[in-house]
Design a protein around this ligand. Structure first.
Ligand code: NAD
Length: 349
């Protein structure tokens, strides 16, 4: 398996492979860049078909975290971990202890958090072996409500601030009377829908499960459409809040909204989509810029902060969106390219 020659190696500082015979742990931890501070990133547990696939995933995810933290203005670097295994059938307490020990070998230069396949309880097991585990508890929520440890409220508020800023940039007016199409009304999408409704927006929603749709329809007056059509409806904004790859070769030509701003990670199926969206006159708000609320939340919970400071940093996402969209327009560049440049100016300076 090649590492330094890997297409996604991207100047990683450290990539470590862990194997623990007793628990069966097979894991990779990648630290991309610690110029701005210790690296932080979630741990994903997934039944990867090969270790090469796991390596590609961890490298891409960890560099993405560096860009996300830099744009969010956090004194933090990017890293990520993957455990090779099925979270439903291969997970044991011993495995999590072994993972905690693996994390501890970084002596704080990598802080682990939650991602798909890993629960708060898994993190709590890891935390018995290392202090460098985030997201095991929460002290406050950004709006003063009781915290339950779920970062989705912060993510949704950050997405709302970024979406609002994009609408103001592109249309010169606020959200009142605008139509937003939300793909996926789960933890983040439904909360985003509530913020948008309060700001006077009309909602069109789709999901593959009924639960969120019922609430969106009955409580927020949203129009429900088929999940296959949500990207193509008449709307001012398309907000992908489900899985990655919503912007792809098939959907691109059907998108009618002039703004794309949503919570989902990896919205662009391929990097070229950034250029193609610009050519179609669509303002795309890079996902790792607008969905940083989760890591902002984790940072403030871990660093003796307050709800007020956390809220201010979430609201800062709106300012950063305006800065990046403004610069992209002035320099006639795709928004993702400008966001990358601004992040790199911070962590590669
Ligand atoms: P979630 O699982 O609670 O919600 C996703 C929703 O999308 C679910 O209701 C699901 O049924 C729906 N869905 C799945 N496939 C769909 C499809 N084809 N069409 C329509 N709906 C579909 O997840 P979440 O926590 O709300 O996260 C949403 C997205 O935001 C994910 O991409 C996640 O990686 C990203 N994100 C979340 C956070 C966070 O704090 N939760 C932070 C950063 C990024």
């Amino acid at each position: 398996m090649s590492l330094f020659e890997h297409a996604d190696f991207d100047q990683h500082e450290q990539v470590s492979f862990f194997h623990d015979k007793e628990s069966g742990l097979k894991a990779i931890i990648a630290v991309h860049n610690t110029k701005l501070g210790a690296s932080l990133g979630g741990c994903r547990m997934w039944p990867y078909a090969s270790s090469q696939e796991a390596l590609t995933d961890v490298l891409r995810l960890s560099s993405g975290m560096t860009y996300k933290a830099a744009l969010a203005g956090l004194p933090q670097g990017g890293g990520k971990a993957v455990i090779i295994g099925n979270p439903r059938s291969d997970k044991t307490q011993q495995l999590m202890y072994a993972m905690g020990k693996a994390v501890d070998t970084f002596k704080g230069q990598y802080v682990i958090a939650e991602d798909s396949g890993i629960s708060v309880q898994d993190l709590q097991f890891m935390a018995t072996q290392s202090h460098h585990v985030a997201g095991t508890s929460a002290k406050f929520a950004y709006d003063g409500s009781p915290a339950d440890g779920n970062p989705a409220p912060s993510t949704a508020y950050g997405v709302f601030m970024g979406l609002k800023a994009a609408v103001e940039h592109a249309t010169g007016s606020d959200l009142n009377g605008k139509t937003v199409a939300i793909q996926g009304v789960g933890h983040v999408g439904l909360r985003l829908a509530r913020h948008l409704k309060n700001a006077g927006a009309n909602l069109i929603v789709a999901d593959i499960f009924a639960e969120g749709l019922e609430i969106a329809k009955n409580e927020l007056g949203a129009t429900v459409v088929d999940p296959n059509d949500i990207h193509a409806v008449d709307a001012d904004v398309f907000a992908p809040c489900a899985m990655g790859g919503a912007i792809n070769n098939a959907s691109l030509s059907q998108i009618k909204a002039k703004i794309i701003a949503g919570a989902a990670n990896n919205q662009l199926a391929t990097p070229e989509m950034d250029v193609l969206l610009k050519q179609r006159g669509i303002t795309y708000v890079p996902d790792y810029l607008i969905n940083a609320g989760g890591i902002i939340d984790i940072f403030h919970q871990r660093n003796d902060s307050t709800a007020e400071k956390m809220r201010a940093q979430l609201e800062q996402i709106g300012q950063t969106v305006k800065l990046i969209l403004g610069r992209a327009q002035a320099e006639d560049l795709p928004t993702g390219q400008v966001a990358n440049q601004i992040a790199e100016e911070k962590f590669r300076a």
